[in-house]
Design a protein around this ligand. Structure first.
Ligand code: AR6
Length: 329
């Protein structure tokens, strides 16, 4: 099931469980812990008193009381001591144990804050990577939907060098697109449509690849998607997981040949199928969209396609860093 990243206050989320970044006593504190106790009311502390604390890296569950969430999962992150004291392993086990506990309790939707990244001093960019990697690997085998809630503007979701590289790519595409606004661009468009029209009749001289394209001209988005999933040798589940798409949405698309997906959904499938730029355009067109150099989101996705990187989690981390909406979900 999908993975989301949002900016906001975890206490406001209507999910089955939210995770609390607590301390070993489980008796409350500052940061997100304080916010959760304030929003849940005094009954949460009463229940926490019965739990006998919690080891670092472990997790315990309570009710959510006045929170919109049904449960709170309290986990204790490591205090950062330079990175050589097993901090990473402990942080991984915070996420892992919380995810397993939520799953055991039948939770289908779960939200995490960035554990240890506040008072406990874990470097934020590394904390994000641990969170994303651990959640991602859990989602490969479990049917839950997980949201990572980032509170601080400075919690970077991609490395500085990747951010700079993508920024330069965006600038270059914007500049190219604006330079293309002159008559030369119009001439090229006219030539493009003239060539497209020339290729239309089903004559014996039509090359194989065009014949193949023409034979699928009446296909809907759903039909093209299912054909391409087969061609890629993927199972449905492999495909919707790689697309960060919910199983229910996938079956809607599978069962309705006329389903019109959002652009984010169509793009997510292009990524899952590892389509090149032309094939991505082709799939998008079936849903009534196109990749455009006037939209930052499109340029960022194009950047990843051109680099042969089809990891939707990494793409979403980059989209998040540029304040764009995410793919799939
Ligand atoms: N929603 C989402 N995230 C939040 C919220 C919120 N309402 N408030 C803060 N954060 P921290 P830790 C972010 O310090 O580092 C407590 O006193 C915050 O910006 O809450 O694990 C406990 O009792 C940061 O990115 O937790 C422990 O003593 C992240 O949540 C100690 O702090 C975690 O910051 C635990 O320290």
């Amino acid at each position: 099931m999908p993975f989301y990243m949002i900016r906001g206050d975890i206490t406001k989320l209507q999910v089955d469980a939210i995770v609390n970044a607590a301390n070993n006593t489980l008796l409350g504190g500052g940061g997100v812990d304080g916010a959760i106790h304030r929003a849940a009311g005094p009954k949460l502390l009463e229940e926490c008193r019965t739990l006998g604390g919690c080891e670092t890296g472990q997790a315990k569950l309570t009710g959510g009381y006045n929170l919109p969430a049904k449960y709170v999962i309290h986990t204790v992150g490591p205090i950062w001591r330079g990175g050589n004291r097993g901090e990473r392993e402990l942080l991984v086990s915070c996420y892992r144990n919380s995810l397993e506990l939520a799953s055991k309790e039948g939770c289908k939707t779960l939200a995490f804050p960035l554990i240890s990244a506040g008072v406990y001093g874990y470097p934020k960019d590394q904390a994000v990577q641990v969170a994303v990697e651990t959640i991602q690997s859990f989602l490969l085998t479990h049917d839950v939907s997980v949201t990572l809630v980032l509170f601080d503007r400075d919690a970077a979701t991609v490395s500085k060098s990747l951010f700079t590289d993508i920024s330069s790519y965006i600038d270059a595409q914007f500049i190219k697109e604006h330079a293309d606004q002159g008559p030369e661009c119009v001439r090229r468009e006219v030539a493009f449509y003239r060539d497209a029209v020339k290729g239309m009749p089903m004559s014996a001289g039509v090359p194989g690849s065009q014949k193949e394209a023409l034979s699928h001209i009446d296909e809907s988005f759903s039909q093209m998607l299912l054909r391409k999933i087969d061609a890629a040798g993927l199972t449905d589940a492999e495909c919707y997981k790689k697309a960060n798409i919910d199983r229910k949405l996938f079956s809607k698309i599978r069962n309705d040949p006329h389903y019109r997906p959002s652009k984010a959904t169509a793009l997510a499938f292009a990524i899952a199928l590892e389509l090149d730029l032309n094939e991505t355009q082709e799939l998008l067109r079936k849903a009534g969209f196109t990749l455009s150099h006037f939209q930052k989101l499109d340029i960022i996705v194009e950047y990843f396609i051109l680099h042969g990187n089809y990891d939707i989690f990494q793409i979403n981390q980059a989209l998040f860093a540029f304040d764009q909406s995410l793919l799939g979900g």
